[in-house]
Design a protein around this ligand. Structure first.
Ligand code: NAP
Length: 491
Protein backbone atom coordinates (compact mmCIF):
# COMPACT_ATOMS: atom_id res chain seq x y z
CA UNK A 1 0.00 0.00 0.00
CA UNK A 2 1.41 3.41 -0.88
CA UNK A 3 1.02 6.20 1.61
CA UNK A 4 0.62 9.91 1.03
CA UNK A 5 3.80 11.98 0.99
CA UNK A 6 5.14 13.33 4.25
CA UNK A 7 4.56 17.05 4.41
CA UNK A 8 7.11 19.74 5.08
CA UNK A 9 6.28 22.34 7.72
CA UNK A 10 8.45 25.44 7.98
CA UNK A 11 8.69 26.89 11.50
CA UNK A 12 8.76 30.68 11.65
CA UNK A 13 9.72 32.99 14.50
CA UNK A 14 9.74 36.80 14.45
CA UNK A 15 9.84 39.83 16.67
CA UNK A 16 6.42 41.16 15.64
CA UNK A 17 3.25 39.77 14.11
CA UNK A 18 3.83 41.90 10.99
CA UNK A 19 7.29 40.39 10.53
CA UNK A 20 5.90 36.89 11.09
CA UNK A 21 3.32 37.50 8.34
CA UNK A 22 5.99 38.86 6.00
CA UNK A 23 8.15 35.78 6.58
CA UNK A 24 5.09 33.55 6.12
CA UNK A 25 4.46 35.02 2.69
CA UNK A 26 8.08 34.46 1.64
CA UNK A 27 8.00 30.71 2.34
CA UNK A 28 8.44 28.59 -0.78
CA UNK A 29 8.44 24.83 -1.22
CA UNK A 30 6.59 24.03 2.03
CA UNK A 31 3.18 22.42 2.62
CA UNK A 32 2.56 23.99 6.00
CA UNK A 33 3.83 26.94 8.01
CA UNK A 34 4.12 26.93 11.79
CA UNK A 35 3.55 30.43 13.17
CA UNK A 36 5.34 30.71 16.50
CA UNK A 37 3.22 33.40 18.11
CA UNK A 38 5.15 32.95 21.37
CA UNK A 39 8.19 34.62 19.77
CA UNK A 40 6.45 37.87 18.78
CA UNK A 41 6.02 40.82 21.14
CA UNK A 42 2.44 41.55 19.96
CA UNK A 43 0.75 38.16 19.37
CA UNK A 44 -2.23 38.83 17.13
CA UNK A 45 -4.01 35.79 15.73
CA UNK A 46 -6.13 37.65 13.19
CA UNK A 47 -3.08 39.48 11.87
CA UNK A 48 -1.03 36.28 11.64
CA UNK A 49 -3.76 34.41 9.75
CA UNK A 50 -4.95 37.15 7.40
CA UNK A 51 -4.30 36.50 3.73
CA UNK A 52 -2.37 33.25 4.22
CA UNK A 53 -1.72 31.15 1.14
CA UNK A 54 -0.52 28.01 2.89
CA UNK A 55 -2.16 26.07 5.71
CA UNK A 56 -0.74 27.01 9.10
CA UNK A 57 -0.13 25.60 12.56
CA UNK A 58 -0.58 28.27 15.22
CA UNK A 59 1.76 27.65 18.14
CA UNK A 60 2.18 29.72 21.30
CA UNK A 61 4.74 27.73 23.24
CA UNK A 62 5.13 28.52 26.98
CA UNK A 63 8.57 28.75 28.57
CA UNK A 64 7.84 25.59 30.59
CA UNK A 65 7.75 23.67 27.29
CA UNK A 66 10.81 25.29 25.68
CA UNK A 67 8.98 28.30 24.20
CA UNK A 68 9.08 32.06 24.70
CA UNK A 69 5.58 33.10 25.77
CA UNK A 70 5.86 35.20 28.92
CA UNK A 71 2.16 35.93 29.55
CA UNK A 72 -0.24 33.98 31.75
CA UNK A 73 -1.74 30.61 30.89
CA UNK A 74 -5.15 32.31 30.54
CA UNK A 75 -3.74 34.67 27.92
CA UNK A 76 -2.18 31.75 26.11
CA UNK A 77 -5.42 29.76 26.15
CA UNK A 78 -7.18 32.83 24.72
CA UNK A 79 -4.72 33.02 21.83
CA UNK A 80 -5.09 29.32 21.00
CA UNK A 81 -8.89 29.51 21.31
CA UNK A 82 -8.90 32.52 19.00
CA UNK A 83 -6.81 30.58 16.48
CA UNK A 84 -9.28 27.67 16.50
CA UNK A 85 -12.22 30.04 16.24
CA UNK A 86 -10.67 31.89 13.29
CA UNK A 87 -10.21 28.67 11.37
CA UNK A 88 -6.46 28.05 11.66
CA UNK A 89 -5.79 24.76 9.88
CA UNK A 90 -4.03 23.47 13.00
CA UNK A 91 -3.44 24.73 16.52
CA UNK A 92 -0.64 23.27 18.61
CA UNK A 93 -1.73 22.59 22.19
CA UNK A 94 0.72 21.21 24.73
CA UNK A 95 -0.46 17.96 26.28
CA UNK A 96 0.75 19.08 29.69
CA UNK A 97 -1.23 22.35 29.47
CA UNK A 98 -4.45 20.48 30.21
CA UNK A 99 -6.52 22.67 27.87
CA UNK A 100 -9.05 19.88 27.44
CA UNK A 101 -11.88 22.35 26.80
CA UNK A 102 -10.06 23.57 23.68
CA UNK A 103 -9.66 20.01 22.46
CA UNK A 104 -13.30 19.19 22.99
CA UNK A 105 -14.43 22.44 21.36
CA UNK A 106 -13.53 20.90 17.97
CA UNK A 107 -13.77 17.24 19.04
CA UNK A 108 -9.98 17.12 18.54
CA UNK A 109 -10.14 18.26 14.93
CA UNK A 110 -7.39 20.68 13.85
CA UNK A 111 -5.52 20.08 17.11
CA UNK A 112 -1.85 19.08 17.20
CA UNK A 113 -1.43 17.76 20.74
CA UNK A 114 2.28 18.13 21.49
CA UNK A 115 4.79 16.93 24.03
CA UNK A 116 8.45 18.00 24.21
CA UNK A 117 11.09 16.32 26.34
CA UNK A 118 14.33 18.25 26.53
CA UNK A 119 16.01 15.79 28.91
CA UNK A 120 15.88 12.67 26.79
CA UNK A 121 13.52 9.90 25.74
CA UNK A 122 10.86 9.42 28.45
CA UNK A 123 10.55 5.88 29.73
CA UNK A 124 6.77 6.02 29.25
CA UNK A 125 6.94 7.12 25.59
CA UNK A 126 4.50 4.51 24.25
CA UNK A 127 2.00 4.92 27.08
CA UNK A 128 2.19 8.65 26.65
CA UNK A 129 1.52 8.35 22.94
CA UNK A 130 -1.50 6.14 23.65
CA UNK A 131 -2.83 8.57 26.27
CA UNK A 132 -2.40 11.51 23.90
CA UNK A 133 -4.12 9.68 21.06
CA UNK A 134 -6.98 8.74 23.37
CA UNK A 135 -7.83 12.46 23.69
CA UNK A 136 -9.08 12.39 20.11
CA UNK A 137 -6.57 15.03 18.91
CA UNK A 138 -6.25 14.92 15.13
CA UNK A 139 -2.45 14.89 15.32
CA UNK A 140 -0.16 13.81 18.15
CA UNK A 141 3.36 15.26 18.15
CA UNK A 142 6.11 13.80 20.32
CA UNK A 143 9.52 15.50 20.35
CA UNK A 144 12.32 14.08 22.48
CA UNK A 145 15.92 15.14 23.00
CA UNK A 146 18.39 12.68 21.49
CA UNK A 147 21.97 12.41 22.79
CA UNK A 148 22.81 9.21 20.90
CA UNK A 149 21.76 7.96 17.47
CA UNK A 150 20.01 5.01 19.13
CA UNK A 151 17.73 7.43 20.99
CA UNK A 152 15.87 7.64 17.66
CA UNK A 153 14.95 3.97 17.80
CA UNK A 154 12.07 4.17 20.32
CA UNK A 155 10.53 6.69 17.89
CA UNK A 156 11.07 4.30 14.98
CA UNK A 157 9.33 1.51 16.94
CA UNK A 158 6.50 3.81 17.95
CA UNK A 159 6.07 4.98 14.37
CA UNK A 160 5.92 1.36 13.19
CA UNK A 161 3.14 0.66 15.71
CA UNK A 162 0.98 3.74 15.31
CA UNK A 163 2.55 5.88 12.59
CA UNK A 164 0.58 7.20 9.65
CA UNK A 165 -2.38 7.60 11.95
CA UNK A 166 -1.79 11.22 12.74
CA UNK A 167 1.60 11.20 14.42
CA UNK A 168 4.64 13.44 14.17
CA UNK A 169 7.76 12.00 15.83
CA UNK A 170 10.82 14.19 16.23
CA UNK A 171 14.26 13.51 17.68
CA UNK A 172 15.68 16.86 18.80
CA UNK A 173 19.44 17.47 18.67
CA UNK A 174 21.94 16.59 15.96
CA UNK A 175 21.57 12.84 16.66
CA UNK A 176 17.90 13.12 15.68
CA UNK A 177 18.48 14.27 12.11
CA UNK A 178 17.26 10.92 10.74
CA UNK A 179 13.82 11.49 12.28
CA UNK A 180 13.53 14.76 10.36
CA UNK A 181 14.96 13.77 6.97
CA UNK A 182 13.54 10.23 7.02
CA UNK A 183 10.24 11.37 8.56
CA UNK A 184 8.36 9.07 6.23
CA UNK A 185 10.24 6.02 7.50
CA UNK A 186 9.37 7.11 11.04
CA UNK A 187 5.69 7.28 10.14
CA UNK A 188 5.43 11.04 10.64
CA UNK A 189 2.69 13.04 8.91
CA UNK A 190 5.08 15.93 8.48
CA UNK A 191 8.53 17.16 9.43
CA UNK A 192 9.58 20.58 10.69
CA UNK A 193 12.30 22.65 9.03
CA UNK A 194 13.66 26.07 9.93
CA UNK A 195 16.46 27.89 11.65
CA UNK A 196 15.90 26.48 15.15
CA UNK A 197 19.34 24.87 15.13
CA UNK A 198 19.35 24.40 18.91
CA UNK A 199 16.74 21.66 18.51
CA UNK A 200 18.43 20.19 15.44
CA UNK A 201 16.23 21.69 12.73
CA UNK A 202 17.66 21.87 9.22
CA UNK A 203 16.79 24.64 6.83
CA UNK A 204 14.06 24.02 4.23
CA UNK A 205 16.69 24.50 1.49
CA UNK A 206 18.95 21.78 2.93
CA UNK A 207 16.04 19.43 3.44
CA UNK A 208 14.70 19.91 -0.09
CA UNK A 209 17.92 20.30 -2.09
CA UNK A 210 20.69 18.50 -0.22
CA UNK A 211 18.61 15.66 1.24
CA UNK A 212 15.96 15.53 -1.54
CA UNK A 213 13.19 15.27 1.05
CA UNK A 214 10.43 15.04 -1.56
CA UNK A 215 11.93 11.90 -3.06
CA UNK A 216 12.33 10.00 0.21
CA UNK A 217 9.97 7.08 0.69
CA UNK A 218 9.81 4.03 2.96
CA UNK A 219 12.13 2.20 0.54
CA UNK A 220 14.82 4.88 0.08
CA UNK A 221 18.24 3.39 0.83
CA UNK A 222 20.07 5.08 3.70
CA UNK A 223 23.82 5.74 3.75
CA UNK A 224 25.83 8.08 5.90
CA UNK A 225 28.99 9.28 7.52
CA UNK A 226 29.83 8.05 11.00
CA UNK A 227 32.31 10.10 12.99
CA UNK A 228 32.56 12.82 15.60
CA UNK A 229 32.65 15.74 15.10
CA UNK A 230 31.31 15.77 11.52
CA UNK A 231 29.15 18.86 11.21
CA UNK A 232 31.63 20.47 8.77
CA UNK A 233 32.18 17.38 6.62
CA UNK A 234 31.83 17.69 2.84
CA UNK A 235 30.94 13.98 2.42
CA UNK A 236 27.14 14.41 2.71
CA UNK A 237 27.25 17.06 -0.03
CA UNK A 238 29.39 14.83 -2.29
CA UNK A 239 27.37 11.64 -1.89
CA UNK A 240 23.94 13.26 -2.04
CA UNK A 241 24.98 15.07 -5.22
CA UNK A 242 26.08 11.74 -6.74
CA UNK A 243 22.83 10.00 -5.72
CA UNK A 244 20.88 12.86 -7.22
CA UNK A 245 22.86 12.90 -10.50
CA UNK A 246 22.42 9.14 -10.93
CA UNK A 247 18.76 9.28 -9.84
CA UNK A 248 19.31 6.61 -7.22
CA UNK A 249 16.66 6.26 -4.54
CA UNK A 250 19.21 6.83 -1.78
CA UNK A 251 20.16 9.47 0.75
CA UNK A 252 23.31 10.13 2.81
CA UNK A 253 23.19 11.64 6.30
CA UNK A 254 25.76 12.65 8.92
CA UNK A 255 25.67 10.22 11.88
CA UNK A 256 27.48 11.76 14.89
CA UNK A 257 27.58 8.52 16.89
CA UNK A 258 28.26 8.60 20.62
CA UNK A 259 30.38 5.44 20.30
CA UNK A 260 30.82 2.45 18.00
CA UNK A 261 28.07 0.46 19.70
CA UNK A 262 25.63 3.34 19.27
CA UNK A 263 26.26 3.38 15.52
CA UNK A 264 25.95 -0.40 15.17
CA UNK A 265 22.66 -0.52 17.10
CA UNK A 266 21.23 2.37 15.12
CA UNK A 267 22.58 1.28 11.74
CA UNK A 268 21.27 -2.26 12.04
CA UNK A 269 17.80 -1.10 13.17
CA UNK A 270 17.63 1.43 10.32
CA UNK A 271 18.71 -1.15 7.74
CA UNK A 272 21.65 1.06 6.76
CA UNK A 273 23.12 0.14 3.35
CA UNK A 274 26.54 1.67 3.83
CA UNK A 275 28.60 4.32 5.55
CA UNK A 276 31.79 6.30 5.31
CA UNK A 277 33.76 5.97 8.53
CA UNK A 278 35.93 8.71 9.94
CA UNK A 279 37.72 9.77 13.14
CA UNK A 280 37.39 8.36 15.81
CA UNK A 281 35.69 5.18 14.54
CA UNK A 282 38.07 3.85 11.88
CA UNK A 283 39.53 1.25 14.24
CA UNK A 284 36.67 0.69 16.71
CA UNK A 285 34.23 -0.12 13.88
CA UNK A 286 36.81 -2.39 12.22
CA UNK A 287 36.13 -4.81 15.08
CA UNK A 288 32.37 -4.68 14.52
CA UNK A 289 32.48 -5.88 10.90
CA UNK A 290 31.46 -9.39 9.86
CA UNK A 291 34.22 -9.34 7.26
CA UNK A 292 37.06 -6.92 6.47
CA UNK A 293 38.70 -6.67 3.06
CA UNK A 294 42.44 -7.25 2.65
CA UNK A 295 43.56 -3.63 2.14
CA UNK A 296 41.64 -2.50 5.21
CA UNK A 297 43.13 -5.39 7.19
CA UNK A 298 46.63 -4.32 6.22
CA UNK A 299 45.90 -0.70 7.11
CA UNK A 300 44.28 -1.82 10.35
CA UNK A 301 41.36 0.57 9.85
CA UNK A 302 38.20 0.90 7.76
CA UNK A 303 36.89 4.06 6.14
CA UNK A 304 33.86 2.42 4.50
CA UNK A 305 31.24 -0.15 5.45
CA UNK A 306 28.65 -1.84 3.32
CA UNK A 307 25.72 -4.02 4.39
CA UNK A 308 24.97 -7.04 2.23
CA UNK A 309 22.07 -9.23 3.32
CA UNK A 310 22.60 -8.24 6.94
CA UNK A 311 26.37 -8.79 6.90
CA UNK A 312 28.56 -5.73 7.46
CA UNK A 313 31.65 -5.61 5.27
CA UNK A 314 34.53 -3.23 5.98
CA UNK A 315 36.81 -1.70 3.38
CA UNK A 316 39.25 1.15 2.97
CA UNK A 317 39.27 3.45 -0.04
CA UNK A 318 41.89 5.88 1.34
CA UNK A 319 44.82 3.96 -0.18
CA UNK A 320 43.32 4.06 -3.69
CA UNK A 321 42.30 7.68 -3.19
CA UNK A 322 45.82 8.62 -2.13
CA UNK A 323 47.55 7.02 -5.12
CA UNK A 324 45.27 8.43 -7.80
CA UNK A 325 46.64 12.03 -7.88
CA UNK A 326 50.21 10.72 -7.95
CA UNK A 327 49.76 8.44 -10.94
CA UNK A 328 50.04 11.08 -13.67
CA UNK A 329 52.41 13.40 -11.83
CA UNK A 330 55.10 11.33 -10.17
CA UNK A 331 57.22 8.37 -11.19
CA UNK A 332 57.29 6.51 -7.90
CA UNK A 333 59.83 3.94 -9.11
CA UNK A 334 62.94 4.56 -7.02
CA UNK A 335 61.49 7.76 -5.55
CA UNK A 336 62.33 8.59 -1.93
CA UNK A 337 59.06 9.34 -0.13
CA UNK A 338 58.94 10.99 3.30
CA UNK A 339 55.62 10.59 5.11
CA UNK A 340 54.94 13.02 7.97
CA UNK A 341 52.67 11.62 10.71
CA UNK A 342 51.86 8.13 11.93
CA UNK A 343 48.05 8.10 12.33
CA UNK A 344 45.29 6.44 10.33
CA UNK A 345 45.98 8.31 7.09
CA UNK A 346 49.71 7.53 7.33
CA UNK A 347 48.87 3.82 7.57
CA UNK A 348 46.76 4.02 4.40
CA UNK A 349 49.54 5.97 2.64
CA UNK A 350 52.20 3.46 3.72
CA UNK A 351 50.13 0.49 2.51
CA UNK A 352 49.34 2.25 -0.78
CA UNK A 353 53.02 3.01 -1.38
CA UNK A 354 54.12 -0.52 -0.52
CA UNK A 355 52.84 -1.69 -3.90
CA UNK A 356 54.99 0.95 -5.67
CA UNK A 357 58.74 0.73 -5.99
CA UNK A 358 59.27 3.83 -3.85
CA UNK A 359 61.53 3.90 -0.85
CA UNK A 360 59.34 5.10 2.00
CA UNK A 361 60.25 6.58 5.41
CA UNK A 362 57.66 7.40 8.06
CA UNK A 363 58.49 10.43 10.23
CA UNK A 364 56.59 11.25 13.43
CA UNK A 365 57.08 13.27 16.57
CA UNK A 366 56.72 9.97 18.40
CA UNK A 367 59.35 7.62 16.94
CA UNK A 368 57.66 4.51 18.35
CA UNK A 369 54.48 5.32 16.43
CA UNK A 370 56.50 5.90 13.26
CA UNK A 371 58.16 2.51 13.70
CA UNK A 372 54.79 0.84 14.23
CA UNK A 373 53.40 2.24 10.96
CA UNK A 374 56.62 1.49 9.10
CA UNK A 375 56.37 -2.15 10.14
CA UNK A 376 53.00 -2.58 8.41
CA UNK A 377 54.57 -1.89 5.03
CA UNK A 378 58.32 -2.58 5.18
CA UNK A 379 59.07 1.14 5.30
CA UNK A 380 61.83 2.88 7.29
CA UNK A 381 61.15 5.28 10.15
CA UNK A 382 62.64 8.46 11.54
CA UNK A 383 62.05 11.40 13.87
CA UNK A 384 60.63 14.66 12.58
CA UNK A 385 61.73 16.52 10.54
CA UNK A 386 63.26 14.70 7.56
CA UNK A 387 66.74 15.94 6.57
CA UNK A 388 66.94 18.33 3.61
CA UNK A 389 67.96 16.45 0.46
CA UNK A 390 66.66 13.13 1.84
CA UNK A 391 63.36 12.97 -0.08
CA UNK A 392 61.83 13.48 -3.54
CA UNK A 393 58.19 13.34 -2.44
CA UNK A 394 56.96 14.66 0.91
CA UNK A 395 53.50 13.60 2.12
CA UNK A 396 51.85 15.41 5.01
CA UNK A 397 49.40 13.16 6.86
CA UNK A 398 49.31 15.26 10.04
CA UNK A 399 46.42 17.68 10.56
CA UNK A 400 48.88 20.56 10.99
CA UNK A 401 47.69 23.46 8.80
CA UNK A 402 44.07 22.30 8.69
CA UNK A 403 41.22 24.71 9.36
CA UNK A 404 41.03 26.61 11.71
CA UNK A 405 44.83 26.67 12.31
CA UNK A 406 45.59 27.56 8.71
CA UNK A 407 48.73 29.51 9.66
CA UNK A 408 50.48 26.34 10.91
CA UNK A 409 52.75 24.11 8.87
CA UNK A 410 54.28 20.71 9.75
CA UNK A 411 57.76 21.47 8.38
CA UNK A 412 59.88 24.59 8.07
CA UNK A 413 59.94 26.12 4.57
CA UNK A 414 63.76 25.99 4.53
CA UNK A 415 63.57 22.17 4.59
CA UNK A 416 61.42 21.91 1.44
CA UNK A 417 64.14 20.71 -0.93
CA UNK A 418 62.42 17.88 -2.85
CA UNK A 419 60.34 17.73 -6.04
CA UNK A 420 56.76 17.07 -4.90
CA UNK A 421 54.83 17.99 -1.77
CA UNK A 422 51.48 16.27 -1.23
CA UNK A 423 49.33 17.62 1.62
CA UNK A 424 46.38 15.38 2.49
CA UNK A 425 44.55 18.30 4.08
CA UNK A 426 41.63 19.55 1.93
CA UNK A 427 40.32 22.37 4.13
CA UNK A 428 41.76 24.80 3.16
CA UNK A 429 42.26 23.55 -0.39
CA UNK A 430 45.62 25.37 -0.51
CA UNK A 431 47.54 25.07 2.75
CA UNK A 432 50.50 27.08 3.97
CA UNK A 433 52.67 24.01 3.32
CA UNK A 434 51.51 23.92 -0.31
CA UNK A 435 52.14 27.64 -0.80
CA UNK A 436 55.64 27.39 0.67
CA UNK A 437 56.36 24.23 -1.35
CA UNK A 438 55.38 25.98 -4.59
CA UNK A 439 57.59 28.93 -3.65
CA UNK A 440 60.48 26.54 -3.04
CA UNK A 441 60.02 25.10 -6.55
CA UNK A 442 58.20 21.88 -5.59
CA UNK A 443 55.05 20.68 -7.29
CA UNK A 444 52.27 20.97 -4.66
CA UNK A 445 49.30 18.59 -4.54
CA UNK A 446 46.35 19.14 -2.18
CA UNK A 447 44.04 16.64 -0.47
CA UNK A 448 40.85 17.42 -2.39
CA UNK A 449 41.62 15.02 -5.22
CA UNK A 450 42.19 12.17 -2.76
CA UNK A 451 38.97 13.04 -0.96
CA UNK A 452 37.01 12.90 -4.21
CA UNK A 453 38.59 9.67 -5.46
CA UNK A 454 38.07 7.84 -2.16
CA UNK A 455 34.42 8.98 -2.26
CA UNK A 456 34.09 7.75 -5.89
CA UNK A 457 35.38 4.38 -4.76
CA UNK A 458 32.85 4.28 -1.93
CA UNK A 459 29.99 5.17 -4.26
CA UNK A 460 31.04 2.47 -6.71
CA UNK A 461 31.38 -0.16 -4.01
CA UNK A 462 27.93 0.62 -2.60
CA UNK A 463 26.00 1.00 -5.83
CA UNK A 464 27.90 -1.03 -8.43
CA UNK A 465 27.68 2.09 -10.65
CA UNK A 466 30.41 4.37 -11.89
CA UNK A 467 30.50 7.63 -9.94
CA UNK A 468 29.24 10.52 -12.09
CA UNK A 469 32.24 12.49 -13.43
CA UNK A 470 32.88 15.84 -11.78
CA UNK A 471 29.74 15.82 -9.62
CA UNK A 472 31.37 15.01 -6.29
CA UNK A 473 34.28 17.35 -6.87
CA UNK A 474 31.95 20.22 -7.69
CA UNK A 475 29.80 19.46 -4.62
CA UNK A 476 32.89 19.36 -2.38
CA UNK A 477 34.18 22.68 -3.72
CA UNK A 478 30.78 24.29 -3.29
CA UNK A 479 30.49 23.04 0.29
CA UNK A 480 34.01 24.22 1.15
CA UNK A 481 33.27 27.66 -0.32
CA UNK A 482 30.02 27.84 1.71
CA UNK A 483 31.96 26.83 4.80
CA UNK A 484 34.55 29.58 4.31
CA UNK A 485 31.82 32.18 3.61
CA UNK A 486 29.96 31.13 6.74
CA UNK A 487 33.08 31.13 8.94
CA UNK A 488 34.14 34.56 7.67
CA UNK A 489 30.65 35.81 8.35
CA UNK A 490 30.59 34.31 11.84
CA UNK A 491 34.06 35.69 12.67
P1 NAP B 1 45.18 10.81 13.08
O1 NAP B 1 44.94 9.35 13.04
O2 NAP B 1 44.73 11.58 14.27
O3 NAP B 1 46.76 11.02 12.89
C1 NAP B 1 47.37 12.30 12.93
C2 NAP B 1 48.88 12.15 12.99
O4 NAP B 1 49.41 13.46 12.95
C3 NAP B 1 49.41 11.47 14.25
O5 NAP B 1 50.55 10.76 13.94
C4 NAP B 1 49.76 12.67 15.14
O6 NAP B 1 50.77 12.40 16.04
C5 NAP B 1 50.28 13.63 14.08
N1 NAP B 1 50.22 15.00 14.56
C6 NAP B 1 49.14 15.66 15.02
N2 NAP B 1 49.49 16.91 15.38
C7 NAP B 1 50.83 17.02 15.15
C8 NAP B 1 51.77 18.07 15.32
N3 NAP B 1 51.39 19.25 15.82
N4 NAP B 1 53.04 17.85 14.96
C9 NAP B 1 53.42 16.65 14.49
N5 NAP B 1 52.57 15.60 14.29
C10 NAP B 1 51.29 15.80 14.62
O7 NAP B 1 44.51 11.53 11.83
P2 NAP B 1 44.36 10.93 10.34
O8 NAP B 1 43.08 10.21 10.18
O9 NAP B 1 45.61 10.23 10.00
O10 NAP B 1 44.20 12.29 9.49
C11 NAP B 1 45.27 13.17 9.39
C12 NAP B 1 45.00 14.24 8.34
O11 NAP B 1 44.81 13.66 7.07
C13 NAP B 1 43.77 15.09 8.62
O12 NAP B 1 44.06 16.42 8.32
C14 NAP B 1 42.75 14.53 7.65
O13 NAP B 1 41.79 15.51 7.26
C15 NAP B 1 43.64 14.16 6.47
N6 NAP B 1 43.01 13.13 5.64
C16 NAP B 1 42.66 13.50 4.38
C17 NAP B 1 42.07 12.57 3.56
C18 NAP B 1 41.68 12.96 2.16
O14 NAP B 1 40.89 12.26 1.55
N7 NAP B 1 42.24 14.03 1.62
C19 NAP B 1 41.82 11.26 4.01
C20 NAP B 1 42.21 10.93 5.32
C21 NAP B 1 42.80 11.89 6.13
P3 NAP B 1 50.45 11.85 17.53
O15 NAP B 1 50.00 10.43 17.31
O16 NAP B 1 51.74 11.96 18.23
O17 NAP B 1 49.37 12.71 18.08
Amino acid sequence: MTTSPTRLCVTLTAETTAELRRKRDEVVGADLVELRLDTVSDPNVAGALAGRKLPVIVTCRPTWEGGHFKGSEDERRQILQDALARGAEYVDIEWKAGFTDLLSSTAGRRVVLSSHDFNGVPSDLNNRAQAMRATGAEVVKLAVKTSRLSDCLPLLDLGAQIGRQGTVLIGMGECGLATRVLARKFGSLWTYAGDQQHVGQVTPADLLDAYRFRAITETTEVYGLVGSPISHSVSPAMHNAAFSATRLDAVYLPFPAADAEDFVTFGRAMGLKGASVTIPFKVSLFDQMDEVYAVARRIGAINTMRAVEGRWLGGNTDAAGFLSPLRDRVDLKGARVAVLGAGGAARAVAVALSSSEASVTIYARNLLKAQEVAMTSSAASGSMPPEPGSWDVLVNTTPVGMYPRVGDTPIDASLLTGRHVYDLIYNPSTTRLMREAAKAGCQAIGGLEMLVVQAHEQFEWWTGMKAPAGVMREAALKRLAEFIRHENHVV
